[in-house]
Design a protein around this ligand. Structure first.
Ligand code: NAP
Length: 304
């Protein structure tokens, strides 16, 4: 299939493009961040008038996985207008254009649409209640996409992996600090379900192949605190977990509010997909194996 990936310089977009190109015809959308990637790219700022239509006309994909976003929570608080244009208006425009051309779109959303006050796990049927600009704009994007294109998939995700600049994911944050023997904080009261980005990409492609549609939680199956996640990384890399101080998120100077419990159920996904979701330990092993094989350096070689 011909697959267009927006945000192909980002953490998800780049890893997804590199993996998907082995089985599909991949075209990335880039803002001149990539240097000679092994897949073709279209250069575009997606907020420029007319670019969405131009790119779809030029590339004629069957599938679009929309990874471009303003994904940094603090940046969203400081520029809510940009957050709204990128996280809500752009997916709406893309979904309308995809629907008009019979293209199936995947909108990448976030676990952060929930306020985190539920005990236990969140199902797709639970009411969202976003607590930050980022989460509010992403929720509006979800709703706009499903309204404009009922065949679209909206995937609420949380993932980690190696990135182009080496600083994008929480796993890289722990890895860099641990490898420099720098002490860092890990939040004990923020629960999430991290999934390795390659596993996420594989599941998204399988969902498209299976012709799923609608809202899905596409996260890891094991809930843990951010502190635990850091400790797991330290152990896997044989580094000193004692450098990570367990703290409450309430002690942080972060401006964007974070929800405490983002344990999302993947029951709907595993039932509809009919495939097992890779375990956390498989993902962590893969993260370590990629490190041993020089994958972070390979990614960095694609940076302008
Ligand atoms: N990381 C996570 O754990 C996480 C968790 C939940 C949800 N998500 C969601 O997952 C998706 C991917 O996140 P990510 O972590 O891969 O984000 P990322 O690394 O920040 O990448 C964002 C991508 O969007 C591109 N972009 C931004 N503005 C653009 C514009 N005007 N025109 C064209 N491209 C533009 C960026 O291009 P430049 O490189 O040129 O800036 C970059 O390629 C997002 O929808 C995010 O909300 C991520």
């Amino acid at each position: 299939m011909k697959l267009l990936i927006t945000g192909s310089s980002g953490l998800l977009g780049l890893n997804l493009a590199l993996d998907a190109m082995t089985t599909h015809e991949v075209i990335g959308v880039d803002r001149a961040k990539l240097k000679s990637p092994p897949f073709p790219i279209v250069n575009a700022d997606l907020l420029t008038e007319g670019e969405v239509d131009r790119i779809l006309d030029q590339t004629q994909p069957q599938w679009v996985i929309h990874c471009a976003a303003l994904a940094n929570l603090e940046d969203c608080e400081s520029d809510p207008d940009l957050a709204h244009r990128l996280n809500a208006d752009l997916p709406r425009a893309l979904a309308k254009a995809c629907e008009a051309s019979g293209i199936q779109m995947v909108q990448i959303s976030t676990d952060a649409v929930f306020d985190g006050t539920k005990s236990g796990s969140y199902e797709e049927s639970d009411a969202p209640n976003p607590v930050s600009v980022y989460a509010r704009t992403k929720l509006e994007g979800e709703q706009a996409v499903l309204e404009a294109s009922p065949n679209a998939i909206v995937a609420r995700v949380n993932f980690y992996g190696w990135s182009l600049g080496g600083r994008r994911s929480l796993a890289e944050f722990f890895y860099h600090n641990l490898s420099n023997n720098k002490s860092m904080t890990g939040y004990t009261d923020v629960i999430f379900c991290p999934m390795h980005v390659r596993h996420l990409g594989g599941v998204l492609l399988a969902m498209l192949e299976k012709k799923l549609r609608g809202l899905y939680h596409v996260v890891g199956t094991q809930p843990m605190s951010k502190y635990q996640f850091g400790v797991e990384i330290a152990r896997r890399f044989g580094m000193n977990a004692g450098e990570i101080s367990p703290r409450s998120i309430n002690t942080s100077s972060l401006i964007a509010k974070r929800a405490n419990n983002l344990y999302l159920s993947t029951d709907k996904l595993s039932t509809d997909l009919g495939l097992p979701i890779p375990s956390f330990s498989t993902g962590l092993d893969l993260f370590y194996q990629q490190y041993q094989e020089g994958y972070p350096q390979k990614l960095r070689s694609f940076a302008q």
